[in-house]
Design a protein. Structure first.
Length: 332
């Protein structure tokens, strides 16, 4: 989904019918985004890029939240400085502080030399905290202090020092719900959520599926030049619960198995046989309903039971309010 200038094959873009990248987002970053929803998101990201305020990027796992964070960085005044990503969920709680803030010599067993933290490494640039919702409560207060004061202190040292870093966070969780349940600090929540971007799931931007599939196929340096009509139908007919990340893996699978000039239907994984709109069983002779119809009825039922409050309905449904708002717009 992300590639450097000059690495996108113009012929691939032509075959896809890909809409040219938004001018303000050219820089060193290119994003495969044909759908109107993604282009709207990128325009919003372009406006946010000029600010140094924290940004929270929301979206399901695999939707490309880090790509959006890189777009923010690449189109900001910090573009020539480091972009440092860190997956908070992948770091053990007892190592999180030393990884982010660094540590002094002798701070703990094995610390034979001082080591700068990721805040220092990202100095002048952007620190991307992925899966911020998984951050232990015990460390959240320390992160809040660092954001408020603009300074950090290495583990085992007494002196703090200033850091110039823009913080961009991402999560697949509903942070507001985590605050309500006592698993995320309210003050940190408001400190971070100055600006928000929500990346829609791939199933809600089907216009991006084929351009992305061609993009990933080109990255495989495969001899296959595209997809047969049957393969395209399979790609478009799938719900993509794993989003862009799953699509990338499917393309790798197809490129490895294909023997013809194009990736064919039989080269794709069997999992893609699952329909995009499964049917819900209904008794008697009533017409079967699509998943979209069932979802619509459920959303409206929950909204009605919440007295029309979208915030409360979003909480009950377990989705972000922006997600609910978008769904309500789509169902009319």
């Amino acid at each position: 989904m992300l590639r450097r200038v000059g690495s996108i094959c113009d012929s691939t873009c032509t075959v896809c019918g890909l809409v040219p990248l938004i001018t303000r987002l050219r820089g060193t970053t290119k994003v495969v985004a044909r759908s109107a929803t993604m282009q709207t998101l990128l325009k919003r990201a372009a406006r946010f890029a000029v600010s140094d305020a924290p940004v929270v990027v929301l979206g399901e796992t695999g939707t490309g939240k880090e790509v959006v964070a890189r777009v923010l960085h690449a189109n900001s005044a910090r573009a020539k400085q480091p972009f440092v990503p860190v997956n908070v969920a992948a770091l053990p709680a007892d190592l999180l502080e030393s990884e982010l803030f660094g540590h002094g010599r002798g701070a703990f067993t094995g610390a034979s030399a001082a080591k700068p933290g990721l805040f220092e490494t990202a100095s002048g640039g952007t620190l991307f905290l992925d899966e911020i919702g998984e951050m232990p409560m015990g460390f959240q207060a320390k992160l809040l202090r660092a954001l408020q004061d603009g300074e950090v202190r290495r583990v085992g040292e007494n002196t703090s020092f200033m850091v110039d870093v823009r913080v961009v966070c991402a999560t697949h969780r509903d942070l507001a719900e985590l605050v309500r349940s006592g698993r995320f600090r309210e003050d940190l929540y408001y400190r971070l959520r100055v600006l928000t971007l929500e990346v829609p799931p791939l199933r809600e931007r089907s216009d991006d599926v084929l351009p992305l599939a061609l993009h990933f196929l080109a990255e495989e340096r495969s001899e296959r030049r595209g997809y047969t009509a049957a393969a395209q139908a399979r790609l478009l007919g799938y719900a993509w619960p794993g989003n862009v990340r799953e699509l990338q893996n499917v393309v790798k699978h197809g490129a490895a198995l294909a023997t013809g000039p194009e990736v064919d239907d039989d080269d794709l994984p069997e999992t893609l046989s699952q329909p995009k709109m499964p049917f819900a069983s209904t008794p008697g002779t009533e017409a079967l309903k699509t998943l979209a119809e069932v979802e619509r009825e459920h959303i409206l039922r929950v909204l009605d039971s919440c007295g029309g409050s979208q915030s409360e309905a979003a909480r009950v449904l377990g989705v972000a309010r922006n997600t609910l708002w978008r769904k309500l717009r789509s169902i009319g």
